[in-house]
Design a protein around this ligand. Structure first.
Ligand code: B12
Length: 213
């Protein structure tokens, strides 16, 4: 479909000023919001993420693409809600760890996860330990994800996990971690199932979790 191709192209180019009209046009043509997300928007984000990984695109390109996708999601999200929560592919609770104020990477992960059809509960930045427990109880997520950008605050992740364990909720969720100082080794040492160093890989890993269930 030509319009989906245009949406894909516009998103890869990060042309956030043009995206709303295209998405509205696609909706008017009767294309399902989920189809617009999976076949145009997230495909574009995955390709932009891959090109960022190979050095063909740079961080500003990725941020512009994310901004474009966010504009599009502003139109599509209310329509997805009309389809009901059952339409969600899975539920993700995410927050930046205690003491840490960085959220650009977390927000990119959220955009990509939403693009893959996840319902996302964003706990924000500097999330205190009990907040994750409260969110797990309230939203019954498939995945709980920690974002940490400082070496010092990433060190709080084991304490976040301990609090979740003490609440008896650890075996109910798959854990994920990311952020510049995080590594696969860090994740393994703390029994965290998912580690990814970029948002598109993170979203791909989230999809693997819910498709296995
Ligand atoms: C922008 C920035 C800030 C902004 C944050 C604005 C915001 N709204 O986020 C501001 C100015 C507020 C800031 C403050 C500070 N910062 Co700062 N900041 C940065 C900077 C330049 C960029 C971070 C960023 O947004 N990157 C772009 C995003 C897209 O990348 P990302 O966050 O890594 O996320 C990607 C992946 O990591 C992954 N990912 C992220 N989260 C998750 C989660 C999951 C679950 C998964 C799977 C994947 C994943 O996917 C993302 C997208 O691909 C970094 C430099 C760097 N190299 O990271 C320093 C940096 C992180 N900051 C640093 C420091 C020291 C600070 C301050 C302590 C400075 C100070 N003295 O006040 C304060 C700390 C405040 C606090 N308590 O948090 C240091 C940390 C050093 C360290 N190892 O601990 C860095 C590395 C700079 C440096 N080289 O010294 N900072």
């Amino acid at each position: 479909m030509a319009i989906l191709k245009d949406i894909y192209q516009t998103t890869t180019e990060g042309n956030h000023a043009a995206i709303k009209d295209l998405v509205k046009k696609a909706v008017d043509e009767g294309i399902a919001p989920q189809k617009i997300i999976t076949e145009a928007l997230s495909k574009a984000m995955v390709d932009v993420g891959d090109k960022f990984g190979t050095g063909e695109l740079y961080m500003p390109d990725m941020l512009l693409a994310a901004k474009t996708m966010k504009e599009a999601m502003g139109i599509l999200k209310p329509l997805l809600k009309e389809e009901g929560e059952g339409a969600a592919r899975g539920v993700l609770v995410i927050g930046t760890v205690k003491g840490d104020l960085h959220d650009i990477g977390k927000n990119l992960v959220i955009t990509m996860a939403e693009g893959q059809g996840f319902k996302v509960i964003d706990l924000g930045i500097d999330v205190d330990y009990p907040k994750f427990v409260e969110a797990i109880k309230a939203h019954n997520p498939d995945i709980v994800a920690f974002s940490g950008l400082l070496t010092t605050t990433l060190a709080n992740v084991p304490d976040h996990i301990k609090v979740i364990e003490e609440a008896g909720l650890r075996n109910k969720v798959v854990l994920a971690v990311g952020g510049a100082p995080a590594t696969r080794d860090f994740a393994d040492r703390h029994g965290i199932e998912i580690y990814a160093d970029d948002a598109s890989t993170a979203a791909k890993e989230f999809v693997k979790v819910v498709e296995k269930v």
